[in-house]
Design a protein around this ligand. Structure first.
Ligand code: FAD
Length: 465
């Protein structure tokens, strides 16, 4: 017999059996697990509001959950079994596409891939692309202020949202679903919720910016001798390619080898190995002769000696194969079991110095560890990851990865960077964040938190205590 509280949750799509709850308890990496009090799956904004109001009246902590691909423990319930997980997965309608306004209004549980498809059907582009796009949801992208590979051209999620609908921690619905590119009437309240990691409210719908769907895309896989040359190439590419650059990724040789070994059927795109590679994408719509522009650019940088080798994709299949190598790197690391994932932000001009200094510091501190640094050089976001040596027990692995993280974060501090470029703080990075934030930063954030969520029921323990 269910008690009154559980009956209420059951009416809102609750899952109470442990077998049904499994995927809501464990995040994508499987490194982070928890135990919910109950998992609720509302179908409408008013349902979400009713569940939040019910929780607020009883002081029950609430954890909003999207695709559960965030890698910092923000959406995973704590181990105590006291938190109510609200999954947005059934709130997944495209409410409107306004093609003349270049906007679409979608519910928070829409999976990113579905948003891409709906935009493309209207000859438009929603430009956010990331490795988890088959699972992550637009609400999660908003709550984490997600980035991805196209930030260099289109910005982060913060730059792509025009309006939001949010259920506040007392169950009220804030309707900020505007479709305006210019709106200076008072504070820009929606920005408070972007990147707030579910600590201020539950996003239920968003109005997103759209762009013309590119009709030409050129993708090149380029060999460079060092990150310093990659940074120089980036500056040239932005200028010489009329600022049409949409992605600029840095990959080390070791990453290519891991990816080729992990995902069968892939080929090394270039004949001779190079210490580093750049995966570059340029796109345009309209009458620009993009192929010609990219070919002339590549000829000039080869003549100047910036590139040692390179391949410009001859077909979309070949471009896909280049990107598969980049994506295979994620699979390759996942196959290694628990490893260190970082997501740091460095001024682009400091990336080469940062990479050299961090590799040197790790070689001294943890010579057995295998560093793997790659990522979105075009926006300064490096994933400086570490694979532990084989044969370590779980406790030794965790201790070693923790020590490596400290070494890397000290170098981030030296470069005046950030320990989180796009994944957020969640629970995993909370201590490192609090160590670095100023007293005034924390004071201002706490004042915002307590103004909007005075009972502290929304995602407690994420970002700060
Ligand atoms: C293979 C892989 C590649 C990735 N690549 C990138 C990348 O390139 N760039 C990048 O930025 N991230 C990347 N990520 C991280 C992750 O995909 C993003 O953080 C994504 O935005 C999380 O979305 P989600 O729906 O899975 O959110 P979840 O993991 O479910 O939740 C993340 C946080 O948002 C909160 N939240 C979720 N939904 C809502 C809502 N509706 N309202 C309020 N709060 C909510 C949760 O409580 C939690 O704190 C990657 C992850 C993986 C596994």
């Amino acid at each position: 017999m269910l008690d009154e509280g559980m009956q209420f949750f059951e009416a809102h799509g609750a899952l109470v059996r442990p077998d049904d709850q499994h995927r809501y308890n464990t995040d994508w990496s499987r490194d982070i697990t928890g135990l919910p009090k109950v998992v609720v799956r509302p179908r409408s904004t008013s349902d979400v509001a009713a569940v939040v109001r019910h929780c607020a009246e009883r002081g029950l902590p609430v954890v909003p959950q999207g695709g559960h691909t965030g890698l910092v423990g923000g959406a995973t319930p704590s181990v105590e079994g006291s938190e109510v997980v609200i999954s947005l997965e059934r709130l997944n309608r495209v409410r409107e596409i306004d093609a003349p306004n270049f906007t679409m209004t979608v519910e928070a549980g829409c999976v990113l891939d579905e948003v891409h498809a709906a935009a493309a059907a209207a000859a438009c582009l929603f430009p956010m692309q990331l490795g988890a796009q088959g699972s992550c949801q637009i609400g999660g992208n908003i709550a984490t202020n997600a980035g991805g590979i196209n930030v260099v051209r289109y910005g982060m999620m913060r730059d792509l949202v025009l309006g939001l609908e949010v259920v506040l921690p007392d169950g009220q619905v804030w309707n900020g679903l505007r479709k305006l590119r210019k709106n200076n009437a008072g504070y820009d309240l929606k920005q408070l919720f972007l990147g707030s990691e579910g600590t201020l409210g539950i996003v239920t719908a968003a109005c997103l910016k759209l762009f013309p769907k590119p009709t030409q895309v050129e993708t090149a896989f380029l060999a460079v001798d060092s990150p310093k040359i990659a940074v120089e190439l980036f500056g040239r590419a932005r200028r010489d390619l009329s600022d049409l650059l949409s992605a600029f990724e840095l990959l080390p040789r070791r990453g290519i080898e891991l990816s080729l070994a992990a995902v069968p059927g892939q080929r090394d795109p270039l004949d001779a190995p190079s210490p580093f590679y750049v995966l570059l994408e340029v796109c345009a719509s309209g009458l620009v002769d993009l192929r010609n522009l990219v070919e002339r650019f590549l000829e000039s940088v080869i003549e100047e000696g910036l590139l040692s080798d390179g391949a410009l994709a001859a077909s979309s299949a070949q471009a896909g194969a280049f990107w598969q190598i980049r994506e295979g790197l994620i699979e390759a690391q996942a196959q290694q079991g628990r490893h260190l994932r970082t997501d740091v932000s460095i001024p682009i001009s400091m990336i080469a110095t940062f990479l050299d200094a961090t590799h040197a510091a790790l070689a001294v501190a943890e010579p057995e560890a295998l560093p793997l640094a790659y990522g979105h050089l075009g926006d300064g976001n490096i994933h400086f990851n570490v694979l532990p040596p084989p044969g370590l027990g779980e406790a030794e692995r965790i201790a070693l990865l923790y020590r490596c993280e400290s070494v890397i974060f000290r170098q981030v501090d030296a470069a005046n960077g950030s320990i989180s470029a796009e994944h957020g703080i969640g629970r995993s990075k909370r201590c490192a964040f609090l160590e670095r934030a100023s007293t005034l930063d924390i004071d201002l954030m706490r004042r915002i938190k307590s103004a909007i969520d005075p009972r502290g029921i929304m995602n407690p323990g994420r970002i700060f205590d």
